[in-house]
Design a protein around this ligand. Structure first.
Ligand code: UTP
Length: 287
């Protein structure tokens, strides 16, 4: 199985990060000096993805601008001090084909994925949610792709959460353990109450999906919050007899769709840069 395509659903309203998201999409939030979307594309490229389908709501021209080459800017700063700061994104853009697809209305994550049905065709593909940032030496999507290829199956990324957090996530029900960190699923439950949760393994924003998900999405009715939920469609795929696996991906994950998660991600990144580490520690000591 060769996986070279990925969908990036980025058409949500970003209400948890208002008012910032009133004018600027959350995918452009800075993580130190780079936009969040750059980390996402890099993760995809590191996992062997060459074709990205960015689902947007049509009013995110700055997102497209960040992901286009800027020959005039490159020429203007050639040989100057900031040149190397632009090179990481320019190199990435040259390695990836990024197509924008419009989702007219934010009808849910499942609906956003369905928008790329024609482009993906009859093949397994990746999904990267751009508000989940995962720092790890081995790209989180690459971890999933390796497993999908070994087992020929749909694989979703999970991480263990505290019991009082389960109601904020999709939670998986385990059929059996296959290998350390890898389980086969008997079901998925969207945002269960603490005492109803079948496990503490929460679905996070990386998936490798079988093309059968598209038929399933077309038949999925709006569920929780009036939205077409991707987890409901994965449940249908499972019900139809296909194996669905969940893998506990390695890495520290931040939901940068909230100010708290965004701040934490910046602090972790800052602590990785020696020249910032001291400044952060001095700053924290003051309080
Ligand atoms: P979220 O629910 O985390 O993002 O959706 P949101 O809707 O933008 O954020 P809030 O809840 O209003 O703060 C998960 C991912 O799915 C995308 C979002 O852009 C985000 O990356 N999404 C969601 C779509 O592309 N379309 C939708 O209709 C819904």
């Amino acid at each position: 199985m060769h996986i070279h395509q990925a969908i990036i659903p980025a058409a949500g309203l970003g209400t948890r990060f208002l008012p910032f998201t009133k004018a600027t999409p959350k995918e452009l939030l800075p993580l130190l000096n780079k936009s969040a979307i750059e980390y996402i594309i890099k993760e995809g490229v590191d996992a062997g993805i060459t074709d990205f389908y960015m689902i947007t709501s049509g009013n995110k021209p700055t997102l497209a601008k960040y992901l286009q080459l800027a020959p005039e800017l490159e020429a203007a700063i050639a040989g100057k001090k900031g040149e190397h700061l632009l090179s990481s994104i320019s190199t990435l853009i040259r390695q990836a084909r990024i197509e924008f697809i419009n989702q007219d209305k934010p009808l849910g994550l499942g609906h956003a994925v369905l928008m790329a049905k024609q482009q993906i065709g009859d093949t397994y593909f990746g999904v990267l949610l751009p508000d989940d940032i995962i720092f790890n030496a081995k790209a989180a999507l690459a971890q999933l792709i390796g497993i999908a290829q070994t087992y020929n199956a749909t694989v979703i990324a999970v991480q263990e959460v505290e019991p009082d957090q389960v109601s904020s996530y999709g939670i998986v029900a385990i059929k059996k353990e296959i290998a350390p960190g890898l389980v086969e699923l008997s079901g998925l439950v969207e945002k269960p109450a603490m005492h109803d949760a079948p496990s503490h393994l929460a679905i996070i924003g990386r998936y490798v999906l079988s093309p059968r998900i598209f038929n399933s999405l077309e038949r999925t009715q709006a569920g929780s919050g009036g939205e077409i939920q991707l987890t409901d469609a994965i449940q249908h795929v499972l019900n139809s007899g296909e194996r669905v696996l969940a893998y506990q991906v390695e890495g520290s994950r931040y939901d940068i769709g909230t100010p708290e998660g965004w701040l934490q991600a910046n602090i972790e990144l800052g602590l990785q840069v020696p020249e910032y580490t001291n400044a952060i520690k001095q700053m924290v000591k003051k309080f």
